[in-house]
Design a binder for this molecule. Structure first.
Ligand SMILES: [Zn+2]
Length: 309
């Protein structure tokens, strides 16, 4: 399975910062070590160009990001200190999701080992999200005539408020968000379908809701490409999640989503989105589940079954 990754996805943050930046290199190492991704399957993104980012984001916001002139309130809202490295990282990750989407259109499944920054709006970032990579990728694919109808399956535990706002009223993009109803963001935007979950929900309740809603969506809407935000913050013990999925529950979730897409012949681009387990290593382990399930579904195990070419 081809995966986009760049070492500069990692940006050093102050030691006390809650964002687990180390999960990106840890996940990359883990997938290579276990042969879930072969060295030749890694796609290295460049920085997404302004022309593409402008398909979603405002010139004013992009100008402030480029020049480092966001005001203190805007930086606080993002929750990660601005730096040239953060700006570069945000553009690399946006390009990574676009590369994953193009690879998925060719291969069936592909991934970005970052992305899913769904709290980014056209004119501001929030909740650790600077650029809305999935929205940019959808707009670029539409512009290029590569795919018109897109489905966003957002299973990060937080509502995809930025994505919902960007595509509200746009019938070409179906946004599906399943999230903690009482969790961040306090003010929810309107997705095509929002499923708000009660605090403490466990495997069976979560999986039955997912199955019911996703089956209905796929019966009514036929996308040309699917973006899956496989956030692992619904996991039991997540610092921000407030749900209670076990590892096995998450694994079943990943299998169900991927199988629902692949069995219908729908290309699926995976982004990893959020995850705040007690350690970055544990977070990376949880993110690895979707790659294990993708490998078992496609029969591709990276170096165990080297890709041709
Ligand atoms: Zn989240």
């Amino acid at each position: 399975m081809r995966c986009a990754y760049h070492p500069d996805y990692f940006v050093p943050l102050p030691p006390s910062h809650p964002f687990p930046m180390a999960k990106y290199p840890l996940l990359h190492e883990r997938l290579l070590r276990d042969g879930l991704v072969g060295p030749r399957d890694v796609l290295e993104p460049g920085e997404a160009c302004l022309e593409e980012l402008r398909l979603v984001h405002t010139d004013a916001y992009l100008g402030q990001l480029a020049a480092g002139t966001l005001d203190a309130a805007a930086v606080r809202r993002i929750g990660v200190p601005w730096s040239p490295a953060l700006w570069r990282r945000s553009r690399l990750a946006a390009q990574g999701t676009l590369l994953a989407a193009r690879a998925a259109l060719e291969d069936g499944i592909a991934a970005n080992l970052a992305g899913g920054t769904h709290h980014a709006f056209p004119g501001h970032g929030e909740g650790f999200c600077v650029l809305n990579d999935v929205a940019v990728a959808i707009r670029v694919l539409q512009r290029d005539g590569r795919a018109r109808r897109a489905l966003v399956i957002d299973l990060d535990v937080h509502q995809g408020n930025g994505t919902a706002a960007i595509f509200e009223g746009d019938a070409s993009v179906f946004t599906f968000s399943m999230h903690g109803e009482r969790n961040y963001p306090t003010r929810k935007m309107r997705s095509t379908l929002d499923v708000g979950l009660a605090d403490g929900l466990g495997d069976e309740g979560y999986l039955s809701l997912l199955q019911r809603h996703l089956d209905t969506i796929l019966g009514e809407f036929v996308p040309e490409v699917v973006f899956y935000l496989a956030g692992v913050d619904p996991a039991l013990g997540d610092r921000y999640g407030r749900l209670a999925l076990t590892d096995e529950g998450l694994r079943r979730r990943e299998r169900y989503v991927l199988d629902a897409c692949v069995s219908r012949g729908l290309p699926v681009a995976i982004t990893i989105a959020g995850g705040y387990a007690p350690t970055p290593a544990r977070t990376a382990e949880l993110h690895a589940l979707v790659f294990e399930e993708a490998a078992s579904l496609t029969g591709q195990g990276g170096s165990r079954h080297p890709a041709i070419g």
